[in-house]
Design a protein around this ligand. Structure first.
Ligand code: FAD
Length: 289
């Protein structure tokens, strides 16, 4: 099923993300986690794609298994910054052959200290969106950044580039994680003002251990609200308490989003079925099954 059709029902939905293993020997572990999360029957599940090789080779396989073995709509991520045009074309052919209809078109992160990964033929995700559009009848998603992308000079410029990307043929957007819903509400207002009217899926990250936090802030430049910082200060050294508090915080955000008309929520579940299950149970009566 195409994600744009799921979103057009305008009912609260919950979806989850998994990432492929870094080592082949971990494939079974990831597969088991994926099947367990799929057992919750989420609206769809996304499978990330490691830019520059790494975790990318299993993305199609995991996405196809989600669809064929678990009956869950997959969203396969695809990055372009570290790939040649031929590599992107090959990956699109594989996705098409497997009958995967939904692709999240991404540029991929730049390698630290390098302007652009050498050999890259694509500069921006918008170019990838155009290629996917030409290749087949895919439902295309793209990333957006409520607090601005880390490389953008300012949020206004970032939204202008986002509008260009959307106009290349995106059907929906998924946000970077954020920990303060008012930032998202403000962002949505600015997107509509900029003429971006496609559905926006809110990305929520349940922070279940304090080590995640530095990495999250470095990668996404996200601002941590005082309420969140207090939780980490108090429970950061106690894994069990931090997990409970992180799940409660994420649940709170999700309920507030649903209550304020943001229907589509995507949980960065990080291959953790126990976290996905707890969040799912906390909102199960509110979502569209
Ligand atoms: P783009 O849309 O190309 O934007 C990148 C930057 O370039 C922005 O600052 C934008 O303002 C600017 N820009 C765009 N067009 C122009 C232009 N014409 N001129 C000048 N500037 C321009 N990474 C992975 O490696 N694998 C994944 O699976 C993955 N999944 C993700 C899922 C989500 C929901 C999100 C939010 C991010 C994900 N990422 C993933 C990270 C992503 O690849 C990085 O954030 C990357 O730095 C930007 O990707 P993008 O597709 O948003 O890039």
């Amino acid at each position: 099923m195409k994600i744009k059709d799921i979103l057009s029902k305008k009912k609260p939905t919950l979806s989850f993300e998994v990432f492929p293993p870094k080592k082949d020997s971990d494939y079974t572990k990831v597969e088991e986690a994926t099947i367990e999360i799929a057992g919750l029957h989420p609206a769809f599940m996304s499978v990330t794609y490691g830019a520059g090789g790494g975790t990318s080779k299993h993305t199609v396989e995991i996405a196809a298994n989600l669809m064929n073995r678990c009956g869950v709509t997959p969203l396969a991520h695809l990055t372009c910054a570290s790939s040649t045009k031929e590599e992107v074309a090959m990956q699109l052919t594989r996705l098409k052959e497997k009958g995967i209809e939904n692709i999240l078109a991404l540029r991929g992160d730049r390698v630290l200290g390098k302007e652009m990964i050498s050999g890259a033929e694509y500069q921006y995700a918008s170019e990838l969106v155009k290629v996917i559009k030409k290749t087949g009848d895919f439902c295309i998603g793209a990333a957006c950044y409520p607090e601005g992308h880390v490389e953008a000079a300012n949020r206004k410029e970032d939204i202008l580039h986002l509008k260009e990307k959307v106009d290349c043929g995106c059907d929906f957007l998924t946000t970077q994680m954020f920990f303060d819903n008012s930032i998202l509400y403000n962002y949505l207002f600015h997107l509509r003002e900029a003429g971006i009217h496609i559905p926006v899926i809110a990305g929520i990250m349940p922070v279940t251990n304090s080590k995640q936090i530095k990495r999250i802030c470095d990668l996404s430049g996200t601002v941590l609200p005082q309420r969140f910082k207090a939780i980490v200060e108090k429970f950061g050294d106690d894994q069990a308490s931090m997990e409970q508090a992180g799940i409660a915080y994420a649940t709170d955000q999700i309920i507030d989003l649903y209550a304020n008309g943001v229907n589509a929520v995507h949980v960065y579940s990080m291959n953790k079925p126990e976290v996905a299950k707890k969040i799912y149970q906390n909102v199960s009566n509110m979502i569209c099954q």
